[in-house]
Design a protein around this ligand. Sequence first.
Ligand code: MN
Length: 610
Amino acid sequence: MTLKLNVFKPRSYIRIVKVMIVICVAVTVAYSFFNALKKRSEDKQKELDNYAEKIQLEKVKIQQARENPLGLSNNEGYKVDITKIDWHDWEFIAKEQKRTGPGEQGKTVSLSSDEKSLSQKSYDSNGFSGFVSDKIDLDRAVKDIRHPLCHGQQYVADLPGASIIIPYFNEHWTTLMRTVHSVVNRSPPELIVEIILVDDASTKEHCKEPVVEDYLKKQFPRVSTNVIHLEGREGLIGARLAGARAAKGQVLLFLDSHTEANINWLPPLLEPIAINPKTAVCPFIDVIAHDTFEYRAQDEGARGAFDWEMYYKRLPLLPKDLENPTKPFDNPVMAGGLFAISAAFFWELGGYDKGLQIWGGEQYELSFKIWQCGGRLVDAPCSRVGHVYRKFAPFSFGGSLGKNYKRVAVVWMDEYAEYIYKRKPSYRHIDPGDISEQTALRNKLQCKPFKWFMENVAFDLPKKYPPVEPPNFGDGFIKSLMDSNMCADATDTAFTKRLGVGQCSNSRTQKFKLSWHKDIRYSETSCFDVSLGGNEAPINFYQCHGGQGNQLWRYEKDNQQLRHVNSNRCLDINTTDKKLYASSCQLSKLSQKWEIQHLDENAMETWETV
Ligand SMILES: [Mn+2]
């Protein structure tokens, strides 16, 4: 009896109300959650419907364009059908966007600590983590990081077919095969004449016959594949030539053996060649991280160049290149491994100089030849290919570099070769071997002088990489006037990269340069760099970039201060921890006054004009 009554006690009543409120709230939350989910799946469906609609429209357009080639134009003697179509395979693109799994969509692969040690082992033979690569599907999707305007770009319907040539030496299986998979997946099949793999006498079993052939035949029965196994090691140049000799396509397209072609990469490489067969075209090269295989942009484009020690360098895009971010722009020098060229033009140029050995300098030889002998080299921003940049080279390339550069310099660079000998005196005495075939070719094709190339194509190179380097403003020690036993010192910079002062000792760690780049250098690679604000900003070593900014310093002779120009602060000493820092300039502060061992008075006069 009492029990029954209890139910109606006011306390219980409140409890019931509370429970009901909780239920109400839960139902409301669940309902709106359900609604949101429903909306999301409806949106997704709408998106897919849009895709389907777009695909249908595009297919009809492509069909019409192929059946009825309109607008023939006569360009440099070649009949080119200038009807343009959208070459995107939207159906496949939509499918790829749904892929999930390790490394999919170009995302980072993270490893557990146990896996990390396994990964380390596969580093040694590759220079990248083969272990991480093995975790990723060979058909993985990568991020579409092209400029958004590339999505709407159309290319001529009548494109020439390409032979894709991929030389390899002991390449890791999954990186090699992912190269092939990405090419097949993301290229219109009718544009691939064949895929040629050239095995440069690899020693790893999976690189040999018939492992590679069997896999390719089974995996890609509808694609023409060809594997050439060279008898002895010929190097990259020899392997590319072997592939080119076997190629049947109108266009030769060279790739590295650890690359991934991005969405719609092929038409933008082929169109400039269709319009003018004397054009060679490079894609933008993206970075596939050697440890995580993350796919990311290197930058948004630059023009290839070199310094006078023949190191590959890059120049900024020109204002006119930036105006239209989808349009191919002139590129003085290709990076090397990834480019397309018409087979006819390649052989007209004699292919690569056969006297070049193994690796190195061939990108200069071909680039100079293309430009000087009436062709054009461009970068196509809407074509992107990822490349695994190794952490280190796991095998030796041999000592052919000097001789290769010498051949290129002697044959193509005319009086400019002298600048290289000035930097690399040993090159002057290297025997280039027989160059008669190359000079005969240059005469036959009536190629232009190197001066023409420098003045018309690489015209902004000398500003950044002057053939004759201006003198440095000073060098030697940087001694404090507050305490003449204290000199700027690079000894303890290994971990923090932070610079300090030490007892003046005339040691190598106290020799600096006030270089003509207007930075303060230590052994040509490390520069005084200030990246923080505030009144006690540390001075760190950072890779010299020669681009001023955080590394721009000016020595003010009269008041003996070293001014960090952009932040308008002066080099100073923290007397407690003996570290250098940048602080607001005060003429009375002795800790901001410095003596430079050798100051070049004449060079100092030219500061404003260099
Ligand atoms: Mn490579």
